[in-house]
Design a protein. Structure first.
Length: 403
């Protein structure tokens, strides 16, 4: 049994089915028994805990919403709760599962040919193959439409040229889902490890998501077979559909990081004694921080649940998901900061999970659409005016200050 009691102020559990609670509790136990004992060491050593992959596969955590190939076909709430519990363990671990499920299995299953599905879905589900998703480039992050990576047809092959950056699992991956411009628009391609002209290397010096591998991918006249294109892809919108799946999971994942920080701070505050023998939890200023955390987590839970209901009803829109990702990751970021304050000096050491979550959440705040880009998505929805491009300023060019 997990020692973590959950964070449930408003009888949130009563809104879940028995099966959903069972899925959550199973992953909760896995995180407490297998993730927490090793995760600080992985973070220190900047190591992806690949030894957890077989167990995660056994628990059907890869591609859990797919209902073919022996996968469980879970609903959106259960899937979200998996993301929540994994991210309570570590955002890097949740990223691993998000990429494998939402950014690799989802596009292969949704846009792939039958042979592509048959080849990759069972292997990815079993954790026998690892995937990555290459959209971001050195010069194009928030605006992937500007991508420079190209794919051109040459007889029976595609020839890829370009570079991708900040790619989770890039050097670990057996298959990369790569987005490239063709004369007919953006398409998705499956590029296998070891293909001549395809290189990958790890990015070092990260202070965030250290238990996750982040890589650069390079393509120099990289030739892949004609049938390596995902035939159902017709434009950039297909890449954005994948991101929607992943962002939905992050809306739940953020809650997991927030819950871990809240719970750690609460337990600490109840036992840490300062001034006249009283625990610091007895001070109003400390209580105010805990109250802020549990209030925002509770609101975030309800937001995530409504997203799930809309998703299962086929009604969720990308601007709904933007609100969930933006709000709940921001809540996690604020909870990590407040928890760190409550822990005092202990808040900066990895004897406690708080500083690791605080560092991790900076990546989560930035990837899958930054906090501000999601504000623009929501802003466009409510005003009808897209504010992504700065207004024209005739005669003005960006100035470099200094020499
Ligand atoms: C650890 C990690 C893992 C990642 N994994 C993957 C992966 O697996 N696959 C993948 O494809 N990508 C991945 N990414 C990349 C991630 O999606 C990008 O970093 C993200 O989209 C932001 O792009 P950028 O870093 O280039 O920032 P920029 O786009 O350069 O943005 C910099 C700043 O400018 C702001 N900004 C940009 N445009 C506007 C605007 N119009 N209005 C207002 N503000 C604006 C942004 O909000 C941000 O604050 C990962 C990133 C990290 C950190």
């Amino acid at each position: 049994m997990s020692r973590f009691p959950g964070v449930d102020y408003l009888e949130f559990d009563s809104l879940l089915s028995e099966d959903e609670r069972l899925v959550r509790d199973t992953v909760r136990e896995f995180v407490d028994e297998m993730v927490k004992p090793i995760i600080e060491e992985c973070h220190r050593d900047a190591r992806t805990p690949l030894e957890l992959v077989p167990k995660m596969a056994e628990l059907d955590l890869f591609g859990a919403t797919i209902d073919e190939y022996g996968l469980p076909g879970l609903g959106s709430v259960a899937y979200g709760l998996i993301m929540q519990e994994l991210e309570r363990g570590d955002s890097g671990l949740r990223s691993f599962v998000s990429v494998q499920s939402a950014l690799v299995m989802y596009p292969i299953y949704t846009f792939g040919s039958q042979p592509q599905r048959d080849r990759w879905i069972p292997a990815l589900a079993a954790g026998e193959a690892i995937g990555c998703f290459g959209l971001t480039e050195p010069d194009f992050g928030s605006n992937p439409g500007g991508m420079r990576t190209t794919a051109r047809r040459d007889g029976g092959e595609w020839v890829l040229n370009g570079a991708k950056q900040w790619i989770t699992n890039g050097t670990l991956a057996d298959v990369a889902v790569v987005w490239a411009k063709t004369p007919d628009g953006v398409r998705g391609f499956l590029v296998e490890k070891g293909t001549p002209g395809f290189t990958s290397s790890d990015q070092h010096g990260k202070f965030s998501l250290r238990a996750s591998t982040t890589s650069e991918l390079g393509f120099v006249n990289c030739r892949i077979p004609a049938d390596a294109m995902l035939p159902g892809t017709v434009g950039l919108k297909n890449a954005l559909m994948c991101l929607n799946q992943a962002r939905y999971g992050i809306a739940w994942g953020g809650l997991g990081a927030a819950m871990e920080c809240y719970y750690t701070a609460l337990e600490y505050a109840k036992t840490r004694i300062q001034f006249s023998g009283q625990p610091i939890a007895s001070h109003q200023l400390v209580q105010d921080k805990l109250v802020w955390m549990i209030s925002e987590i509770t609101k975030g839970q309800l937001l995530a649940l409504q997203l799930a209901r809309l998703k299962d009803a086929g009604k969720v829109k990308h601007y709904h998901i933007s609100m969930g990702k933006r709000n709940n990751v921001w809540v996690a970021r604020e909870c990590a900061k407040l928890a760190r304050e409550i822990l005092g000096a202990n808040g900066i050491v990895d004897d406690y999970p708080v500083i690791r979550h605080m560092l991790n959440i900076e990546s989560v705040y930035t990837y899958e659409g930054t906090h501000d880009i999601h504000a623009l998505v929501i802003g466009e929805r409510v005003t009808g005016i897209a504010a992504f491009n700065a207004p024209e300023r005739p005669g003005k060019v960006a100035q470099t200050v200094g020499a």
